[in-house]
Design a protein around this ligand. Structure first.
Ligand code: ASP
Length: 594
């Protein structure tokens, strides 16, 4: 037996018991006549003690030979500690060691294996197996496991069936590039890894499974940001004979369930906000509702007063920062102006108004007198002490710029409370998005999304401008400004699906070649259906108040899509390339080298 107890288990009630523990040496404190060792495993840390008056000199010597991260087994007696440590659950006891076995030695680890480590990101990723020994990382992985189990429990109780769908498939367009896998048995042909199981789950509805789910890996080859990974996990679902409300209710139920079970948090019913309203009021299709600072349009009050910038703008819009008028100096506002002018935000300038006991100060005082500026305050629900920030320009761009400024101000003003969760459904997304540069439509969600019933005839018969106005039965779950998931009611009719592909620029032949199997299935009694997928990694992060999903993935990739521990991706040898009919690629790169 390696152990009678774990390193997190022993308490005062175990005093005088003979025990065996196994684990890793975390720290060694050698005072000459006494040696203390903290022994760690997944369950906690227990203090071991070796002392000259109780241990043989051979045992003391052996303890001195240990190093950090050695794996040891000890046998000894539990005693009460003379100086207790109330920071750890085992802090009342320690073990007087009688026998010590070294199970394995360890090199000195490249960083300290403690909650606060001295290891940088790269180093920790290179030695991820050591990083995972650290408590915060282990806790994240344990949380993830519990979240998966609770999600499965809930969905299974609701009658969902978990079905695995294949990883080696043909491309499903979800807006990213595919990762592809060459087929040895089918020369010069490639599988694509699924960006999601979208088409398969729809086929399962045609099969009559009625309620499907899967906790599943998805693969998207896109430029990485802090919260993106080339492979990530979804809680993916599909349901038949449902309307949008049925899906939202079911997944609101799932969300409430996991918050209750894992965090002890009771979420209130989720508000539903139309996409257009989300942009109009918060400048984002994923508004963070942990604080207010809604937008107010000021076209009526600000245009036509001789200030050219406003007069030429499609939209003048602002927000009111409560109690901020006296807090921001001219220098602060100059910095804020530069912040909105950064290319990432792209605003031309920032108009500010500060109303203090001393009067109203504004960057546009030349054009607007005090009564006009007070009228702005009135319209925006502001008063003495508050500061107004205004942007102007083309409608959608300006809304998004102010959306970014709103988040910045929310942070600056510390309006976000730790442990606060504000979920909402964003609904009524546009069906299509017009790409000015490429002069073509993209599917706002994906090509299988149905227009609203009331828009179907307009879609089948309308002109180009009508297409821009079509709304879809598509929805997103947003929590604290992060998109947790999205889905839609699907098209289940061949003619409508064909029309959608056409609008998206597929020729008939291309649509048939890529999605003939799905449209064919629609001809065999496809039920009305719809679904949703939650980003599982992101849900983990948001529930823990963190912004990066990487910390919740056991072996994540870095910003270049590399796994620096196993050093992937990596070249493969010539024979392997040849077998896959890819040796042409090798030859080509050889010539480039020359
Ligand atoms: N497949 C979609 C996605 O990955 C989700 C859905 O429409 O159900 O975003």
């Amino acid at each position: 037996m390696y152990r009678t107890h774990t390193c997190g288990e022993l308490r005062t009630k175990h005093i005088e018991q003979e025990v065996k523990l196994s684990g890793w040496v975390q720290t060694i404190r050698d005072k000459g006549f006494m040696i203390w060792i903290d022994l760690r495993d997944r369950y906690g840390v227990t203090q071991l003690i070796f002392s000259e008056d109780q241990s043989s000199s051979a045992l003391m010597e052996a303890a001195r030979g240990l190093g950090r991260e050695f794996v040891i087994q000890v046998e000894g007696r539990v005693i009460e500690r003379s100086s207790k440590n109330d920071k750890i659950p085992t802090g009342d006891i320690e073990i007087v060691v009688k026998q010590l076995h070294v199970l394995n030695r360890s090199e000195t680890p490249p960083f300290t294996i403690e909650s606060d480590t001295d290891g940088g990101d790269e180093l920790r990723m290179k030695y991820r197996y050591l990083d995972i020994r650290r408590k915060p990382v282990q806790q994240n992985l344990i949380f993830r496991s519990r979240l998966a189990i609770e999600s499965r429990k809930y969905l299974s109780d609701q009658g969902f069936i978990e079905v695995e769908t294949p990883f080696l498939i043909k491309s499903t367009p979800e807006g990213a590039r595919d990762f592809v896998v060459p087929s040895r048995m089918n020369p010069n042909e490639f599988y694509a890894l699924p960006q999601s199981p979208q088409t398969f789950k729809q086929l399962l509805m045609v099969s009559g499974l009625d309620k499907y789910f899967q906790i599943v890996k998805c693969f998207r080859d896109e430029d990485l940001r802090a919260d993106r990974q080339p492979e990530f996990t979804q809680i993916d679902c599909e349901m038949s004979f449902v309307h949008q409300d049925d899906i939202l209710d079911t997944f609101e139920g799932l969300t409430k369930h996991v918050f209750r079970e894992l965090l002890g948090v009771e979420l209130e019913d989720f508000p539903r906000m139309a996409y257009d309203d989300a942009l109009r009021l918060y400048g984002s299709d994923k508004p963070d509702l942990r604080f207010g600072m809604q937008f107010y349009e000021l076209n009526d009050l600000a245009k036509g007063r001789g200030f050219g910038v406003f007069d030429q703008a499609e939209l003048v819009v602002g927000l009111c920062v409560k109690g901020a008028a006296a807090k921001y100096s001219n220098k602060d506002l100059k910095k804020l102006t530069e912040w909105v002018q950064r290319p990432q935000i792209g605003a031309k300038g920032l108009v500010h108004v500060r109303w203090t006991e001393e009067g109203i100060k504004s960057s546009v005082a030349k054009f607007f007198d005090e009564s006009q500026l007070t009228a702005w305050y009135e319209a925006m629900g502001g008063t003495v002490g508050d500061m107004l920030l205004l942007l102007s320009g083309e409608r959608e761009k300006t809304q998004k710029q102010l959306g970014a400024l709103r988040l910045e101000m929310g942070e600056k003003e510390q309006l976000i409370r730790d442990g606060d969760f504000k979920p909402l459904w964003v609904v009524d997304f546009p069906l299509l998005e017009w790409d000015e540069d490429l002069e073509r439509f993209h599917a706002m969600h994906h090509p299988f999304t149905s227009p609203k019933k009331s828009d179907i005839s307009r879609m089948l018969r309308g002109d180009h401008d009508t297409m821009k106005q079509l709304k879809a039965d598509a929805y997103d779950l947003v929590i604290n400004g992060a998109e947790i998931g999205g889905g839609s009611i699907r098209i289940h009719d061949r003619a409508l699906q064909e029309k959608n592909f056409k609008l998206l620029g597929f020729s008939d032949a291309e649509a048939e070649e890529q999605f003939g199997f799905l449209m064919g299935a629609f001809e065999y009694g496809a039920p009305p259906h719809g679904g949703i997928a939650f980003g599982f990694d992101r849900l983990c992060a948001v529930m823990n108040g963190q912004s990066s999903i990487r910390d919740f993935i056991a072996f994540p990739k870095n910003n270049m899509g590399r796994d620096i521990m196993i050093d992937a991706p990596a070249p493969i040898d010539g024979a392997q390339l040849q077998e896959l009919y890819l040796d042409v690629i090798e030859k080509k790169s050889d010539t480039t080298d020359i």
